[in-house]
Ligand binder design. Structure first.
Ligand code: FAD
Ligand code: SIN
Length: 511
């Protein structure tokens, strides 16, 4: 079997689905997604979408907040363009049936989150991602020229001898067949790489596949050292990872230590709050800190945060009566595949949008709720720019894997070792020594996995482990290069921001 379309989209989160809606006006669209179509980071987004909706708010203010969070590394022109398009993409979601909270008919309810100087977060209770996904999946499924392929894992991009991307090799995970998905335009919308760290808010699909595939194909990659650690993941050893939204702090919940003392302004940006939590935990030896919502009206808390309330209750915590135990965890990849203002990469025919991309919008640290916004805006921009210029290439020969079979337990062990190493050495607080060690370790692990990969029959777990190892090398290598601290990158041997030498993105040039 072979998939052929005018547009190939890899990934079915907010960026992939919104691009599909737009591109379908110009041609046929194939979306390949490695699990079920609703499974993505987008699905779990809680807080919402940042956009200038209120009359007392302004584009200038949202831009300044974005730049401040980005710690000197955002591209101002990109920030201005994305923020200016925010209200429009929200209106487009409403027009296709998205149901966001309102304060009165037709007037959206707006929340405030850390780093924002206005209430500007459009939301659907504390399950905004679920509503965005529901709306977009339904709209895409109604289009006759869009085909969604669930359980299809892109393994590598196909680049022809002229350096143009022609699509991807895709593993049909259910029947084990490797097929070609060919298109003159390919959009990478594969999301982030939280799974490279032991503790993460991200679901299992977030294994950095897009960055790894693009890097292998010769794309430029940037700012991979900037991992955003979210300060408040529920501390629930043995339980599933679960985010406790920043919107709760916007609502009035306060972070306290194990002595019930307030130790930080809870609405500071995530990098600062995460580091303050780590130092509290190190000082006291406590395994977590607490987010205290009990100061707020219990009915209002339950009404506004039904999902978080129910989940915590299931974990034995009634958040209206007791503080929620929380710890920081890897949350968002600020770097990624470098793109221009249209989402175009340095490889002809290859676009990237959403978390996989480094567009210049997020800089060194993303402002809360600016990610769904970026995904929507860049999906729309890319679809408006991509032209179906070249016919589908002929004679592109994929290399197949070997014949061996690797044991699942062996893969799981390597995955765990990699994630532990990344958490310990490239976590919230890094040092020259830890980064040197991580860089060497990630390189060694990546080589071992590559040897395994070459000899084995294609296997979804192995493909993703290979990508995690590539991404680990890129993160550790970039972090080692940056001899300062900024945004999501903190090196205790270089604790200050150094604008004279480092006010620039870290660029890894594709080969
Ligand atoms: P994703 O939504 O992650 O989608 C990626 C898709 O690609 C998935 O369908 C995945 O299965 C697929 N895929 C990956 N690799 C392959 C492959 N090799 N082959 C085929 N398919 C592949 N941001 C906000 O702005 N507001 C919020 O309130 C918010 N809350 C969040 C809460 C949580 C718990 C998390 C984890 C993130 C949150 N974020 C939030 C961040 C935001 O959700 C993501 O950055 C954003 O949704 C990314 O969208 P995306 O389309 O780029 O990628
Ligand atoms: C959250 O709700 O805290 C997550 C928001 C985000 O990642 O932007």
């Amino acid at each position: 079997m072979k998939i052929e379309a005018d547009y190939l989209i890899i990934g079915s989160g907010v960026a992939g689905l919104f691009f599909a809606l737009k591109a379908a006006r110009h041609g046929s669209v194939a979306i390949v997604t490695k699990r079920e179509r609703r499974e993505s980071n987008t699905q779990y987004a809680q807080g919402g979408i940042a956009a200038v909706i209120d009359a007392s708010d302004s584009v200038a203010s949202h831009v300044e907040d974005t730049l401040a969070a980005g710690d000197g590394l955002c591209d101002r022109a990109i920030a201005e363009a994305v923020v200016a398009e925010g209200p429009e993409v929200v209106r487009e979601l409403l027009a296709i049936g998205a149901q966001f909270n309102e304060v009165s008919p037709g007037v959206l309810s707006l929340m405030r989150e850390g780093g924002h100087s206005h209430a500007r977060v459009v939301h659907a209770d504390d399950m905004t991602g679920r509503e965005v996904t529901r709306t977009l999946v339904r709209a895409v499924e109604a289009l006759p020229n869009v085909t969604l392929y669930d359980h299809h894992l892109a393994v590598d991009l196909i680049v022809d001898v002229e350096g143009r991307c022609r699509g991807a090799r895709v593993l049909d995970v259910q029947d084990g067949q490797l097929i070609e998905a060919l298109a003159p335009v390919t959009l990478l919308a594969t999301g982030g790489c939280g799974q490279v760290f032991l503790h993460t808010t991200n679901p299992r699909v977030a294994s950095g596949d897009g960055v790894a595939m693009a890097w292998r194909a010769g794309a430029n990659v940037g700012n991979m050292e900037f991992t955003q650690f979210h300060p408040t993941m529920l501390y629930d050893p043995g339980g599933p990872s679960f985010l406790v939204s920043e919107a709760l702090r916007g609502f009035g919940a306060v972070l306290v230590n194990d002595r019930a003392e307030v130790f930080i302004d809870s609405l500071k940006t995530r990098d600062k709050v995460s580091r303050a939590i780590v130092s509290q935990m190190q000082e006291s030896g406590a395994e977590c800190v607490y987010l205290d919502t009990t100061v707020k009206d219990a009915d209002e808390t339950r009404r506004r945060f039904p999902n978080i309330y129910q989940h915590c209750l299931g974990a034995g915590i009634d958040m209206t009566k007791q503080p929620i135990p929380v710890v920081p965890a890897a949350h968002y990849m600020c770097g990624g595949v470098c793109t221009d203002e249209h989402g175009q990469t340095n490889i002809a025919g290859l676009y990237a949008a959403g978390e996989v991309a480094m567009s210049g919008f997020q800089g060194a640290n993303r402002l809360a709720s600016n990610s769904l916004l970026e995904g929507l805006v860049f999906a729309r921009r890319a679809a408006g720019h991509a032209r179906i210029e070249a016919p589908v290439g002929k004679g592109v020969k994929p290399t197949a894997g070997g014949k061996g079979v690797v044991e699942a337990a062996q893969l799981a062990e390597r995955r765990q070792a990699l994630r532990e190493m990344m958490w310990n050495e490239v976590g919230i607080v890094r040092s020259d020594q830890s980064l040197q060690l991580a860089s060497a370790e990630a390189g060694r692990m990546a080589k071992e996995i590559e040897i395994l990969y070459d000899g084995m029959a294609l296997d979804a777990e192995l493909v993703q482990l290979r990508n995690l190892a590539t991404v680990a090398e890129l993160i550790a290598g970039s972090a080692r290069m940056r001899l300062e601290s900024r945004g999501g990158h903190y090196n205790s041997d270089h604790p200050e921001r150094d604008d004279a030498n480092w006010q620039r993105p870290t660029l890894l040039v594709g080969h």
